[in-house]
Design a protein around this ligand. Structure first.
Ligand SMILES: Nc1ncnc2c1ncn2[C@@H]1O[C@H](COP(=O)(O)OP(=O)(O)OP(=O)(O)O)[C@@H](O)[C@H]1O
Ligand SMILES: [Mg+2]
Length: 248
């Protein structure tokens, strides 16, 4: 929670509770109350409201990731809420955090460009940075299918839904195909990082589908990564951890 407070200290569309150290112990965490309502209350709101909420959620999740290498891996509906007055996001539950090395984030960005440029050797290198090993041609094809699905909303500079259909059926179908195909190839043990990333992306995607949000995901993503530099990220990360009195 302290790390997230540092990350969002100058940002007005995300709120993180304050901790009261004097009233907290190892087993008891006392924090400020943040009033908000469930995001699904906004399902029938005007289009602009739903789109702003989706964009705020995207940035709330991926700013920590691309600028600090920190990911909140549990974006389920009970772990955040919305302040109606300005559509800002309260984040509550910090029990599922992951801290990544800058090289891994570089791999996530490299994979994006590899897919966009259809450059397979770049893709293999990126998967290796993600922690996949023994990438054969066949495995590459299957992994590209899954990554292509996850990255597809970011590929074109246009306003669009997170995926064309409003149900999760298409995603579930791809996941099951990928699972089957990998099994046929003898199975691939996904790196832990992949599982975290996947879970965050699928969790957020499902909210964006509920909201029927139409957003230029490409623009938001490019704004988040435009100044990316692995060393700078590690410095940002260290600073945010130090301020929170944490070390890894
Ligand atoms: N600071 C807060 N201000 C207002 N409401 C809060 C705050 N923290 C938690 N809540 C409310 O309590 C609910 C549960 O909180 P939280 O997600 O932190 O706990 P949890 O999921 O039960 O715990 P954990 O997963 O850490 O074991 C939230 O959905 C939210 O409604
Ligand atoms: Mg929770």
């Amino acid at each position: 929670m302290a790390v997230f407070r540092n990350i969002f200290s100058n940002i007005n569309f995300v709120h993180v509770p304050k901790t009261y150290d004097k009233l907290s112990t190892k087993r008891l965490l006392t924090m400020s109350w943040l009033e908000g309502e469930p995001i699904l209350n906004f399902k029938k709101s005007p289009k602009e409201t739903r789109n702003t909420l989706a964009a705020n959620m995207y940035k709330a999740w991926y700013k920590p990731f691309f600028e600090f290498g920190v990911l909140h891996g549990d974006p389920h509906l009970g772990n955040y809420s919305v302040q109606k007055k300005d559509l800002s996001i309260n984040i509550y539950d910090f029990g599922c955090m992951r801290i990544f090395n800058g090289n891994f984030i570089q791999g996530v960005i490299d994979l994006y460009f590899a897919l966009q440029e259809k450059d397979n050797s770049k893709a293999v290198h990126a998967y290796e940075q993600w922690g996949f090993t023994d990438i054969t041609k066949e495995k590459l094809k299957v992994l590209n299918k899954w990554a292509g699905f996850l990255y597809s909303p970011l590929m074109e500079d246009k306003i669009q839904k997170i995926q064309e259909s409003d149900s999760g059926i298409y995603g579930a179908q791809i996941a099951s195909e990928v699972h089957q195909e990998l099994k046929k190839l003898g199975g691939v043990k996904p790196p832990k990082e992949f599982v975290f990333m996947d879970r965050a992306a699928v969790g957020l995607g499902s909210v964006f589908m509920h909201l029927k949000a139409e957003v230029n995901w490409y623009r938001i993503f490019h704004e988040l990564i435009e100044d990316f530099n692995s060393e700078k990220l590690m410095k940002n990360q260290q600073k945010a951890l130090n301020l929170a009195n944490l070390s890894i």
